[in-house]
Design a binder for this molecule. Structure first.
Ligand code: BES
Ligand code: MN
Ligand code: ZN
Length: 491
């Protein structure tokens, strides 16, 4: 797909996309021939298009209009028009264009003011939403979706300079999201720890990044026994991805992203119930999100230093698997009693957090499908945010608002530490039923005392269940906006 920016609408746009507010009012973004206006007004009066959010109507042969098609897209009520309705309209437009015979289209929707949002925001979000809508995962289908006629999409903007940069950013983020979704959607018999390591090498090659993959022997030599204890039940060998993107000053401390890469989480000996267990192939979406974010940052050439760490393992039961009650020595030197082998994410992340110390990071952000309890608390709307640093937390919350990939802050008070006390080791890996997402974060915080740190629990946001089951690519939009803001590139 070709994307571009247009300054002015033209009578010759092959397919022009216009917004309609409910009830039946054309959004003011267009100077058309009176005959065309009259015709469109007639269509609206006829009741064929009332402007309901998500609706659309394709018109052909419109009088005095030089182009082939006019697509009307519903925007909902004008007084309720905001971020959500704007994005829904872009998605509905792209969906309708994709299903149509149009080859080239211009969206005038990107000229419609959205409260508190800049023209650049409208274009960046439109590019991201278009990529999201056009995404397909049909690698394992014999019958593919096939070639579609749509070849080019232009966004109208009154601020062409800012819009060009915003478009490039939106497309880079869209690619990063698609990368994360592809990795997430792959089944666990394909997306193994070694597959993730290979994906990291490919990204490194494409963007000329430094890449090291630690194997089991490397991790044994380091003493990452918490991480290794999770991998023991599986025949898949664990892999620890280390990637560096260096486009900041040599002295700039890096931001370190740590992504949970459990390629399949059966629960281990503390086996999960069977229903819906297939979705535990998505338990590596933290790692996928970290990789997608890095790829997008590299594509945008953001002037900063960034590292990605991704501990990748498979959690299966087996003769060599960890048992409930086992005690392991983490890389930090602290001992952990594994009371539940299904609380494996924190076991691999704690060693990655300790490993991150060597980079003297400016900030460490871990991303993990960590707890079912977070889904209970926040559903599928917001990711859970935990942090030991208010500045970092606020920056991430702001990035979530800016990208419409939102997070909600949860408490990390040390009152919760009580729940992680172990009879036999320095700490236990589970804290009982109450506040499950908080005690999980609290566990991680014990390994993140040497740097500003935040944890995103994406258990409810990284994938969708039901008929549109699939990886969402979240929180790549949030994290890329965090980095854009940090680099001073958000307009
Ligand atoms: N990967 C799961 C968390 C999860 C579960 C995410 C369901 C999305 C949907 C994690 O490894 C896990 O199993 N967590 C346990 C922790 C418990 C044993 C303390 C959970 O949430 O049940
Ligand atoms: Mn688990
Ligand atoms: Zn898990």
């Amino acid at each position: 797909m070709e994307f571009s920016i247009k300054n002015m609408p033209s009578e010759h746009d092959a397919c022009l996309v216009l917004g309609v507010f409910e009830p039946r009012a054309l959004a003011p973004a267009w100077q058309a021939h009176p005959d065309t206006r009259r015709y469109v007004a007639g269509v609206l009066d006829s009741g064929d298009m009332d402007g309901k959010a998500g609706s659309s109507l394709m018109l052909r042969g419109v009088p005095a209009f030089g182009g082939e098609r006019l697509l009307l897209v519903g925007l909902g009520k004008e007084e309720e028009f905001g971020d959500k309705a704007y994005l829904a309209a872009i998605r509905a437009a792209v969906e309708a264009l994709r299903a149509s015979g149009a080859t080239d289209a211009t969206l005038a929707l990107t000229r419609i003011p959205v409260e508190k949002r800049s023209p650049a925001w409208r274009v960046r979000q439109a590019a991201m939403a278009a990529c999201e809508t056009l995404y397909r995962f049909d690698r394992f289908k014999s019958e593919k979706d096939g070639e579609r006629p749509l070849k080019s999409l232009a966004f109208e903007s009154e601020d062409a300079g800012a819009a060009a940069q915003a478009l490039a950013q939106g497309l880079a983020i869209g690619e990063g999201v698609a990368l994360a979704r592809d990795l997430g959607n792959l089944p666990a018999n394909v997306c193994t720890p070694e597959h993730l390591a290979q994906a990291a090498r490919r990204i490194a090659q494409e963007h000329a990044l430094e890449c090291a993959i630690l194997d089991q022997a490397d991790m044994e030599a380091l003493g990452m026994n918490a991480l290794l204890s999770v991998a023991r039940g599986s025949r898949q060998s664990p892999q620890f991805i280390v990637l560096h993107y260096r486009a900041g000053e040599a002295a700039d401390q890096p931001v370190v992203l740590i992504g949970k890469g459990v390629t399949f989480d059966s629960g281990g000996i503390s086996l999960k119930p069977g229903e819906g267990m297939d979705e535990m192939k998505f338990d590596m979406c933290g790692a996928a999100g970290a990789l997608g974010t890095l790829a997008a940052a590299a594509k945008m050439r953001l002037p900063l230093n960034l590292a990605v760490l991704a501990p990748c393992v498979e959690n299966l039961p087996g003769g060599a698997a960890s048992r409930p009650g086992d005690v392991v020595a983490s890389l930090s030197g602290r001992s952990i009693e594994i009371l539940n082998t299904d609380a494996e994410g924190r076991l691999i992340l704690c060693d990655a957090l300790t490993y991150a110390e060597r980079f003297e990071p400016a900030a460490v952000i871990d991303i993990a499908t960590l707890t079912g309890a977070c889904v209970v608390a926040l559903g599928h709307v917001a990711s859970g945010l935990f942090a030991n640093d208010d500045g970092l937390a606020d920056a991430l919350l702001g990035a979530g608002e800016a990208s419409f990939d939102r997070a909600w802050r949860m408490p990390l008070w040390d009152d919760y530490r009580e729940q992680l006390k172990s009879r036999f080791a320095d700490l236990a890996n589970v804290g009982g039923r109450p506040a499950g997402s908080v005690t999980a974060a609290c566990f991680l915080s014990r390994f993140a005392e040497k740097f500003p740190w935040a944890h995103l629990d994406i258990a409810g946001t990284a994938w969708k269940t039901g008929t549109d089951k699939g990886a969402t690519g979240r929180p790549v939009p949030l994290l890329t906006h965090f980095l854009l803001a940090r680099a001073g590139k958000l307009s």
